[in-house]
Design a binder for this molecule. Sequence first.
Ligand SMILES: [Zn+2]
Length: 65
Amino acid sequence: MDETGKNLICGLCNKPLKLVKTEFKYMDSNFHHDLLTCESCGQVYIPYELVKTRIRQVETELEDK
Ligand SMILES: [Zn+2]
């Protein structure tokens, strides 16, 4: 049930973004997630909701230690 970022178009290439398994780093933590990526220019769209959710998870894990 994740409608975020559906049918997004790359602003540079005017091409639809595709879901690509992507690794990205935030606050010394690596995330693996299917992110919308432009195959032409490599631009990655990271939905704000995803970032917010994952950061909250990381912060919770840190507090537990
Ligand atoms: Zn592009």
